[in-house]
Design a protein. Structure first.
Length: 311
């Protein structure tokens, strides 16, 4: 309950009053807005209140009942969430502990560093302090260090994989590994990083009951730990129409550039492949898709480059 409360409060503090009010009136959770800044969430006999400081105070939070409420109102269908979910346990650390305990096989989601290096080098200089969220046991951070990056902090909610990576890279001072939930990164101060890289973490979160709400918590935290001018790079297989609304929130302060890039095994000539990394998709001034936008290949990878503006 405490972790959930901290995460909710972080997101609410990031939202402007109008956006906060919209979140609180979400039809998927039975919020009841009272006078002033006090909100009561009534779930049968249990009550949680949101104070005027936007801090959530819980009393016997009914976790199982809350999950049942969400499961009735939040669909997990791929066309809704924009990702093909093989599992609905992606948000459970024990799922990942079991996965990584099976052996040292590297799980490199979507693309290797060499595949996305053209975009990373363009937007993330080697002098940046980088946060890799949901790092798993991927080798992208190691490859970035080999390519000149000086400091990469890697976090994951699986203690098993973090222990293994700490042992593997104990003699690589440019890499640091910590057990941490991306929904609550309070260990890091505001504006701690120049760049945050997400290769599949948001997609995993969206496969869990209540995914859109957890995604909002994550986005608020990512925005908070980024310095003004910092870059959040989201690499996703999720349908762009389901991803852009999660990012295009005024409170997060992001200017968004959007690329559609081919999967590594997609057959195309080198010139066409290179052009995909150079030519972003045209967005409107308000960050929405242009009327002319047509997704020609849904099996592509989608890269959102979000620059945090001064707020």
């Amino acid at each position: 309950m405490r972790a959930f409360s901290r995460s909710i409060s972080l997101m609410l503090k990031a939202l402007a009053p109008l956006e906060r009010n919209s979140f609180l009136h979400s039809p998927s959770i039975p919020w009841t807005l009272l006078q002033g800044n006090t909100v009561y969430i009534s779930l049968r006999a249990s009550i949680c209140s949101l104070s005027s400081q936007y801090l959530l105070h819980g009393h016997a939070w009914p976790t199982r009942h809350f999950r049942r409420q969400l499961s009735r109102s939040v669909s997990l269908e791929p066309e809704v969430h924009g990702v093909d979910c093989e599992h609905q346990d992606y948000g459970d650390p024990s799922f990942w502990d079991r996965t990584y305990a099976k052996g040292p096989e590297t799980l490199e989601w979507y693309q290797s560093y060499s595949d996305i290096a053209p975009l990373l080098r363009r937007y993330v200089p080697t002098t940046c302090r980088v946060l890799m969220i949901g790092c798993g046991n991927a080798e992208i951070s190691e490859d970035m260090v080999k390519n000149g990056y000086n400091e990469i902090v890697n976090i994951d909610n699986s203690a098993v994989v973090i222990k293994g990576m700490q042992e593997k890279y104990q003699h690589v001072p440019q890499l640091r590994y910590e057990v941490m939930d991306v929904l609550d990164m309070s260990h890091f101060g505001d504006g701690s990083f120049d760049s945050v890289i997400d290769k599949g973490t948001l997609d995993a979160i969206m496969c869990v009951v209540g995914g859109p709400y957890n995604a909002g918590l994550m986005m608020a935290e990512v925005s908070r730990v980024l310095r003004p001018g910092g870059i959040y790079i989201l690499i996703t297989t999720g349908n762009p129409e389901s991803r852009l609304p999660l990012l295009n929130v005024k409170a997060f302060g992001w200017h968004i550039t959007f690329y559609i890039i081919p999967q590594p095994d997609t057959e195309m000539d080198q010139e066409e492949r290179a052009r995909a990394y150079k030519e972003p998709v045209q967005l409107n001034a308000d960050g929405t898709y242009a009327d002319s936008f047509v997704l020609e290949n849904p099996d592509s990878l989608f890269v959102f480059v979000c620059r945090k503006t001064s707020m």
